[in-house]
Design a protein around this ligand. Structure first.
Ligand SMILES: [Zn+2]
Length: 331
């Protein structure tokens, strides 16, 4: 399902209202800092904000973008020339990463003077990088906006804090969900998955008794074994098994979500956060594959999975999206 401001509002009412207000009242700041724990919607909100910024059909009095024009679609798929994503290169976000993008912006035939930067892990910006970015944002000839995301506001430089409008994203209530599910008789492993995916109680109950779901979990692990092993035929498995099992749109999305959980678990494992692993029956595999796939590679896989989700939301053909995904995961 596509995230809209209305769906966002159900989970993050305060943050959403502040952002909607700044759009409707035409008071968009140069820089925002979205801060809060992982999985609270910061990234989705940053994309929505960028979409509304560039949307060709948005009406002034509404905060929602149209979700359908070419700008909206390109932002959803990460292909808009004026929306840049910045992530740490190694341990930090460096000045030359910012400068590189700004030069690129100057040389390429730009579509407009408008530009949006979305910075992940903003706490990792060096002082020089931060100063370069802020200076650029404040040049009067540009209509440029930055959205900085962080899970760790305590480590963000003061120069940044003082120049950004801060928007706080609150933790979701997934811990309570897990206990509730287990209390309702759902097996622990399924309860963990459903809580992590924010699945409601009724659906969680159904899934726990559903042979299709049990099989889906097995197939997800089989696909991972295929893509981790260069000799195995991931492509063949995709066509012979995966596509037959995940046929409906909601099934396809659930398949991607399960893959995402696995790769996110691998990241937790790399970071020595075994306590955060959701698929606890996979610890042996995580231990084994941490040597096959580095932390950075795992992050790239998560990114590819998120891209695939976006493609499905925009009706890219499932087979095409999955073929591309398997190729990326195999690298
Ligand atoms: Zn639009």
């Amino acid at each position: 399902m596509t995230t809209t401001w209305s769906t966002m509002r159900e989970v993050q009412p305060v943050a959403t209202r502040m952002l909607q207000n700044s759009i409707v009242k035409d008071r968009i700041a140069h820089a925002y800092l979205f801060h809060g724990p992982k999985g609270t919607g910061k990234q989705k909100a940053s994309l929505l904000f960028a979409m509304r910024y560039f949307c060709e059909q948005a009406e002034d009095q509404y905060s929602e973008p149209c979700y359908e024009c070419s700008s909206c679609k390109r932002i959803q798929t990460g292909n808009h020339p004026d929306v840049h994503f910045i992530e740490p290169d190694g341990q930090s976000i460096k000045k030359d990463q910012i400068e590189y993008l700004q030069k690129e912006f100057t040389y390429t035939g730009l579509e407009s003077n408008q530009k949006v930067y979305i910075l992940h892990q903003a706490e990792k910006m060096t002082t020089n990088a931060a100063n370069r970015l802020l200076k650029f944002l404040e040049e009067p000839s540009r209509q440029t906006m930055a959205v900085l995301l962080t899970e760790n506001i305590g480590s963000v430089l003061n120069t940044i804090l003082s120049r950004c409008q801060r928007i706080q994203f609150h933790p979701l209530k997934s811990e309570g969900m897990y206990e509730q599910f287990v209390g309702e008789g759902i097996p622990e492993s399924t309860a963990k998955i459903c809580a992590a995916l924010n699945i409601g109680l009724d659906e969680a109950k159904e899934l726990s008794q559903d042979g299709w779901f049990a099989e889906a979990r097995r197939i997800v692990i089989q696909l991972i074994d295929k893509v981790m092993n260069p000799k195995e035929e991931g492509y063949l498995f995709l066509h012979q098994v995966w596509l037959n099992h995940f046929q409906e749109r909601h099934q396809q999305e659930l398949g991607i979500d399960l893959l995402l959980l696995w790769y996110q678990d691998l990241i937790s494992y790399h970071l020595n956060r075994e306590d955060m692993v959701v698929l606890t029956d996979q610890l042996d595999r995580l231990q084994q594959y941490q040597y096959t796939i580095s932390l950075n590679d795992a992050k790239t896989c998560v990114y590819e999975l998120l891209q695939t989700k976006r493609k499905l939301a925009y009706n890219v053909h499932n087979t095409l999206a999955m073929e591309h995904l398997v190729l990326q995961l195999q690298r």
